[in-house]
Design a binder for this molecule. Structure first.
Ligand code: NAD
Length: 344
């Protein structure tokens, strides 16, 4: 097995996370030779890890020992960097969001096609354990047919960092977290989208959105609410999933949660009316005790290879990419639709 020699372009938060936390899991397949970052400070930190320090992009691209680059720079620089790297004969792993819009992505994909180099986007949240549980429920119907998917991430710390506050760098939460949640949704639901409505929030007063809500209706009847917030001092569950025979909650990335499912018992008593506020209701009363049972969430595993193992096999063995460029494109099209659907 000959490892793929990588140079990392952008050794910031995520670039260094790849180098120290993700790539080492595949150390037989992926070898980091060096890094290039426009920040001298980041270069200095990288040099402490015995990386070769490239002083320009050209130096990286002229290095014949480098087969692939990781692009982990702000979003507005992905297109140019990816095109230059592909034209220099390098394979490319690119951080999400792949680009600022569909037009930029198409320009990259055109060059990838012309050069025959591999171009793969790091949609890493396809491997998130909470997402894999949702996927298991969707595929194996432990709560019946899943007809409503609510997927949320909610923080209370505003938008982090610097460039994420600026439109010109592709800041804002729809491009940042939205691209993850929408990628998960489209990877899960294999159906055409019928309708999209959305609203972006600007509570923090930035020029970019600090959160959004979108409601998506698929042709197969599945409904999805996707929500990202950065001013949520207490939050809703990461996933709330409604099926025809039960409801599942996954509270957080710690995978706490449960499923309440129909017990299937016969001779179930009708729910009794309850006092609700100053009124009475039977509709909103809990189901009678024997009608439902509460069970643990199922375990779930990805039946596809981890990201870099897959990348290696795509490059060396013509394997199918787990993250396909046409899927990434569909997500970018949806993001553009959401921006269009919004009335500020
Ligand atoms: P960051 O600001 O921490 O790091 C970006 C680095 O790129 C900085 O060190 C900066 O000096 C450098 N840089 C900027 N322009 C450059 C250029 N032209 N050439 C070389 N270096 C350059 O940002 P970050 O949080 O690491 O985000 C980087 C990318 O990673 C973004 O696209 C972001 O969306 C993505 N990201 C992905 C995930 C994920 O879970 N997949 C998580 C965080 C960030």
């Amino acid at each position: 097995m000959t490892a793929i020699n990588f140079a990392v372009i952008g050794y910031g938060g995520m670039g260094s996370y790849h180098v120290h936390n993700i790539m080492p899991n595949e150390n037989e397949r992926i070898h980091v030779v060096g890094t290039y970052d426009v920040s001298g400070e980041r270069q200095k930190i990288s040099s402490q890890h015995n990386h070769k320090i490239y002083t320009s992009l050209e130096e990286v691209l002229l290095d014949e020992t480098i087969e692939a680059v990781l692009i982990a720079t702000p979003n507005d620089s992905h297109k140019e960097l990816a095109i230059q790297a592909l034209q220099a004969g390098k394979h490319v792993v690119c951080e999400k969001p792949v680009a600022m819009n569909v037009e930029e992505l198409d320009a990259i994909l055109k060059v990838a096609k012309e050069t025959g180099q591999t171009f793969m986007v790091h949609q890493n949240r396809r491997w998130d354990p909470d997402f894999l549980i949702t996927r298991e429920l969707y595929k194996n119907q432990q709560i019946g047919d899943l007809f409503q998917i609510e997927s949320r991430v909610q923080g209370a710390n505003g938008i982090p960092g610097d460039w994420r506050h600026e439109l010109k760098h592709g800041g804002g939460m729809l491009l940042d977290w939205g691209v993850h949640l929408l990628d998960q949704l489209l990877f899960l639901v294999d159906s055409r989208i019928e309708k999209v409505s959305a609203d972006l929030s600007y509570i923090l007063g930035d020029e970019v959105d600090d959160g959004f809500i979108t409601y998506i209706i698929f042709e197969n009847g599945v409904r999805a609410i996707i929500e990202v917030g950065t001013t949520n001092y207490t939050k809703l569950p990461r996933w709330y999933l409604k099926g025809t025979q039960g409801t599942a909650i996954i509270h957080d990335w710690d995978l706490s949660g449960e499923m309440v499912i129909e017990s299937g018992k016969k001779d179930i008593q009708a729910p009794k009316p309850i006092q609700a506020g100053v009124g009475l209701t039977k509709t909103m009363a809990p189901p009678s005790e024997e009608a439902t049972e509460t069970v643990s969430l199922p375990q779930a595993f990805a039946e596809y290879d981890p990201f870099y193992k897959n990348f290696y096999n795509v490059v060396r063995n013509q394997a199918e990419p787990v993250v396909k460029n046409e899927e990434v494109r569909k997500v970018m099209v949806l993001i553009e639709e959401i921006f269009k659907a919004v009335k500020r």
